[in-house]
Design a protein around this ligand. Structure first.
Ligand code: ATP
Length: 238
C-alpha cells in the first residue's frame, strides 16, 4: 500500500458567516494523480488554500506526511515538498523566466542541482527556453501557466497542488497543460489537481472527488466516474 502523503479530515472553512467548506475528507497517496472537480463556487480553491495553510481552518485538520500543517509556515511546507500553483498563476511579472525559475528553488541551496533543474524545465517546456530572458509579465496566459508549473517543480515537490491550470487557455494550450500534468505525474510527483474541465481532469487522474456546495458528494476511481451517468449529467455537460 502506498503511503498517504496528504490527508484532509473534516475540514471546515468559513469566510465570515459564509460556510465555504463544510467538513471535507480527502486523501492523496504517494504517486497518485487526484482530480478534484465541481462547479463554480463549490469550495475547491478554498480547500486548496487551507491545505497549504494560506487560509485558516475553522475545524478539522490537514495532515501532510503524517503531521498537522497547523502552525507551519508556507516556507516549511514547501521545504518539506508541498508546492502549490495558485489559480491565476502568480508568476513574478517583472522578472525573467530564468529568474522566476530561480525563485522557485528558494528553499534549496544546491547551486549545481538548481542549474541542472532549470535545464530540465527547459527540456519539459521548450517555450520557456526560447524566452528565458523575457519578462514573465509579457508572456501569454498559457506560457505563464507553464512557467508557474515549472517554478513550482523547481522546489522538487513531493506533492504538487494545481488550481485550475487550464483556466482561460486556448484549446491547444489546454492540451499541452494536461499533457504536462500527466508527464509530471509519470515522473513520480504526486498531484492534486483542481479543475472545472472535469472530463479532461478525470481522463488523466487515478481517482477523483466531486465537490458541491462545500461538500464532497462523490469520490472513486476516475475512469468509473467518467462513465457514471450522474457525473456525466452534472459535470460533463451531457
Ligand atoms: P471556482 O471554480 O469558481 O474558483 P471554487 O470551487 O474554487 O470555485 P471557492 O473559490 O473555494 O470555490 O469558493 C467557495 C465559496 O466561498 C464561494 O461561495 C465563494 O463566493 C466564497 N468565497 C471565496 N473566497 C471568498 C472570500 N475571500 N470572501 C468571502 N467569500 C469567499
Amino acid at each position: 500500500m502506498a503511503n498517504t502523503l496528504l490527508k484532509v479530515k473534516g475540514l471546515k472553512v468559513s469566510y465570515g458567516g459564509i460556510k465555504a467548506v463544510k467538513g471535507v475528507d480527502l486523501e492523496v497517496k504517494e504517486g497518485e494523480l487526484i482530480s478534484l472537480i465541481g462547479s463554480n463556487g463549490a469550495g475547491k480553491t478554498t480547500t486548496m488554500k487551507a491545505i497549504t495553510g494560506s487560509l485558516g481552518m475553522e475545524d478539522g485538520d490537514v495532515e501532510y506526511l503524517g503531521q498537522s500543517i497547523r502552525g507551519k509556515g508556507a516556507w516549511d511546507l514547501v521545504k518539506q515538498g508541498l508546492a502549490m500553483v495558485p489559480e491565476g498563476r502568480g508568476v513574478f511579472t517583472r522578472m525573467t523566466i530564468t529568474e522566476n525559475l530561480q525563485m522557485g528553488a528558494y528553499v534549496r541551496s544546491d547551486k549545481a542541482g538548481i542549474a541542472q533543474d532549470i535545464e530540465r524545465m527547459f527540456g519539459i517546456f521548450p517555450r520557456l527556453k526560447e524566452r528565458k530572458d523575457q519578462l514573465a509579465g509579457t508572456m501569454s496566459g498559457g506560457e505563464q501557466q507553464m512557467l508557474a508549473m515549472a517554478r513550482a517543480l523547481m522546489s522538487q515537490p513531493k506533492v504538487l497542488l494545481l488550481d485550475e491550470p487550464s483556466m482561460g487557455l486556448s484549446p491547444i494550450m489546454v492540451d499541452k497543460i494536461f499533457e504536462v500534468v500527466r508527464d509530471v505525474s509519470a515522473q513520480g510527483v504526486t498531484i492534486l489537481l483542481v479543475e472545472q474541465n472535469a472530463s479532461r481532469a478525470l481522463q488523466i487522474a487515478d481517482r477523483g472527488y466531486v465537490m458541491d456546495s462545500g461538500e464532497i458528494i462523490m469520490s472513486g476511481d476516475a475512469k468509473q466516474m467518467l462513465t457514471d451517468p450522474k457525473v456525466r449529467a452534472a459535470y460533463l455537460g451531457e
